[in-house]
Structure formats: C-alpha cells, structure tokens
Design a protein around this ligand. Structure first.
Ligand code: S3P
Length: 435
C-alpha cells in the first residue's frame, strides 16, 4: 500500500528528463539481436517489461550487457538465434510477446512464450492468424498464452489488418524480414511506426505509402548494428503533462521527449481542450523529439472518435482524468481496444475515477465524463488493479485532492516507470512532499 502525494499548494515546478521510450527500447533490443555487429542502446528503459525482452533474447543466444541505461547487444544476424532451453517468461509485456511471435516465427527452432496472469488473458490470435498467412505455425492455448512457435521458412504476404495495432503490424514486419518474397501490410488506421523507422536505420528497406497505411517490406536485409539513443517516453511524460495541466499554479518543462507524430495524440487533445503547452523541437535523426513546457489551464471538454484513438491509446486514462476537470461533457468512443490492455481499462478507469466522485459512464467502446460535477471522495482506498498506467493515473489524480489516498498494487508501476515517484517528487517543492 502506497500513500499518495496530495495537493501541492503551489503546483508542480521545475524540469525533468523522463526515462527512455518503452516501445523503442523493446524494438532496439530485438533489431540489434538480428543485426550483424554491435548495437549500443543509450537511454534504454530498464523497466520490468523491457527487461523481459532483454532476458528472452539472452535465452535465444544473444549476448547482451547492461550498465544502468546503456545496453550493448551483440547481434547474431537474421537467422542466427538459437533454441531456448526453457519457455520464455514474458511477465506482463504484451509488446514483447507479440513482437517476438513474429521474430521467432521464421527461425529454425521451436520456442514457447509464457506470461503473468494478466498477459495470459490478452488476445494472441490477432498475431498468429496474420502470421499464418506467411506459412507460420503457432499453437495457442485457447487464443492465449502459452504460445508455442514452430519456427519454419516463411513466404511473403499481403495482409489487410483487422485491428489498429502497432504490435500486430510490427510482428508481421519482423516475420516479413525473414520471408522469401516481399510483403505488404495494410493498416486500418496508422499506428506507431517505430519498427519501420528503426529497421530502416539498421539497413532494411521498408516503405510506407503516402496514405500512411500501406507498408511494404523487402525480405532478407543485411541489418547492421547501430548506436540508438532512445528519446524520453511521451507516454511517461504524459503523466506530468496532465499533472501540470490540472494542478493550479503549475509550470514544468519535460526535456528530450519523443514526438513521433504517431504518438502525440495527447498533445493534440490537450491543445483542443485549451491546455497550455509549448513545444521546442530539437534536431534528431530517426525519431523526432523536443522539450515541452506545460502550464496549468482551464480545460474545455473534448470528443474523440476511432480515428483519434491510435495516437493516444496509452494516454486514454489521462484523457479521462483531464476530462474530469473540464467545463462540460466529454465523449470518448471508438476505443474498444482499451478492453484488452493490461486490464480492461474502460472498467478500471471508471472504477477508480468514480471513487473520487467523478461523473463517468462506461460505454462499450469508451466513456462519457461530465467534468462540471465537483469531485466528492467516496473512499481513500485506491487500486492500480495491477495495471501500471492506472496506478500512475490515480497518483496524478491525487494531486487534485487534500485528503490522502492509499494505492494498492502500486508496484505495478515498475512495469513501465520504476522511478515514477522519484521523478514526481522532483517536480514538487521539498516542503510539499508527503510520501
Ligand atoms: C505498443 C502498441 C500499442 C500500445 C502498447 C505499445 C507498441 O498496443 O498500447 O502500449 O509498442 O507497439 P497495440 O498495438 O495493441 O495497440
């Protein structure tokens, strides 16, 4: 049980460099593993999810050393991985699991992926079914983990995606690299493109059509190890962006944050809500990045529909929190994917915000929030439900209150942001820090 920090009278102030991007940390490890020569990853995210990827890759023969946030990966080439001695334990890591299903599908050995209780409930057929169109062979357990991948030669595919998911797209791209012929993948809506950008930086030939949805992968590239500097994770910065927006008197700067346009939905949402955010763009090859200065603001309600969702998918708990302080009714729809995240986030967002007295109604694919209703605390006993992003959303909501809250299962936050509470404290005047 963790006691959460409550309302800092003068708001949040100062500046912070957030830890490295989770999506890019996973991908840098995997792409380094199938390249030739050494890959050096700087500002790597040493959180539980990325460490699951690191350990799994070591189990398929990749030499990896890590000192704090610097990682060195000795690549084994596209076909050089070796059979693991036991099942690969993926913990809570959905991205790692799904991308590895693609990466391992074309290798010359069998491997089995297992995970924790939450990961074992998440759908995996969305990855195995498209992979099967390439000739891949995977055995699932009722559509879930444990999954056994029977590695075998693959052929190229043309696949029209049925879900907007960067994890599924990336699994297909990683498998397509190993195929005999080119592949084309067509997305319903554009999703994060870190896999495409990184692979091209390592020497692959992946092109995206002007529609931002049609991706062509040339097989059998000679990938060459690189030095990757991972940008700060916008999905982690998002907690402090939200905090500074909703806690009166705040003004903070977040430095060197990744600003890939497939990820910046929260910045657009906040601008539409009347939030105050200044962006200073910095020169960087590969992934755009910049410094963000956020000032507290009076917010207006927002309506989001399906096309808005992929670029803000992981920040929707925070959109709900922003909407809960806005002067009107917000409608979020087309976000059914929230039901199959680390928890059913439509349900866990509603449960936790209702405890604070927020007027939020669940919908099958989103929620409706009336921010005009003043919060009336129903209980001080909050819960992350084992979901890192729900735990951090609750910790940020607590900054609006004067009554102290307890957070159960707070350690779930280590899945993506082990230094979250230390970083939050850095943005608060020393006299205000209670926990
Ligand atoms: C991710 C893609 C998204 C996102 C997840 C990370 C990635 O999942 O929610 O946190 O790194 O590819 P989906 O692909 O399932 O939408």
């Amino acid at each position: 049980m963790k006691t959460l920090i409550t309302r800092p009278a003068r708001g949040l102030h100062g500046s912070l460099t957030v830890p490295g991007d989770k999506s890019i940390s996973h991908r840098s490890l995997m792409i380094g593993a199938i390249s030739h020569g050494m890959t050096t990853i700087q500002h790597f995210l040493p959180a539980a999810d990325c460490l699951s990827t690191l350990t799994a890759l070591q189990q398929v023969g990749v030499q990896i050393t890590r000192q704090a946030t610097t990682v060195q990966v000795q690549g084994r080439g596209l076909t050089g991985l070796i059979a693991p001695k036991k099942a690969l334990q993926m913990g809570n890591a959905g991205t790692a699991t799904r991308l590895l299903m693609g990466l391992l599908a074309g290798q010359a050995f069998d491997s089995t992926l297992i995970g924790d209780a939450s990961l074992s409930q998440r759908p995996m057929a969305r990855v195995s079914e498209p992979l099967q169109t390439m000739g891949a062979e995977l055995t699932l357990t009722d559509g879930h983990l444990p999954v056994t991948i029977h590695g075998r030669p693959l052929q190229g595919t043309h696949y029209d995606m049925t879900v907007a998911s960067a994890q599924v797209k990336s699994a297909l791209i990683l498998a397509a690299l190993q195929a005999k012929t080119p592949s084309t993948i067509v997305e319903q809506l554009p999703t994060r493109d870190h896999t495409e950008r990184l692979l091209n930086a390592f020497g692959a030939k992946i092109t995206t059509a002007v529609d931002h949805r049609t991706i062509t992968v040339q097989p059998q590239p000679q990938l060459q190890g690189q030095t990757v500097t991972v940008p700060g994770d916008l999905s982690s910065a998002a907690f402090f962006i939200t905090a500074a927006s909703i806690v009166p008197g705040s003004k903070i700067t977040l430095k060197r944050v990744g600003l890939n346009p497939t990820r910046t939905g929260l910045l657009d949402v906040l601008a539409r809500m009347g939030g105050k955010i200044e962006i200073e763009r910095l020169q960087n090859p590969g992934e755009p990045l910049g410094n963000l200065t956020v000032t507290a603001a009076k917010l207006q309600p927002i309506d989001l529909t399906a096309a808005d969702i992929p670029a803000v998918i992981d920040e929707l708990p925070l959109v709900a929190l922003l909407a809960a302080t806005a002067d009107g009714v917000s409608h979020i729809s087309g976000a059914g994917e929230l039901r199959v995240k680390e928890t059913d986030r439509i349900s866990t967002i509603c449960t936790e915000l209702r405890k604070l007295g927020v007027a939020i109604t669940a919908q099958p694919d989103g929620f409706i929030i009336d921010g005009r209703q003043p919060w009336r605390l129903q209980t001080t006993q909050m819960d992350s439900h084992g979901d890192h992003r729900i735990g951090m959303m609750v910790a940020i909501a607590a900054l609006r209150l004067t009554t102290s809250l307890q957070l159960a299962q707070a350690t779930a936050i280590n899945i993506s942001y082990p230094t979250f509470f230390e970083d939050l404290r850095q943005l608060l005047p020393a006299t205000e820090v209670l926990a």
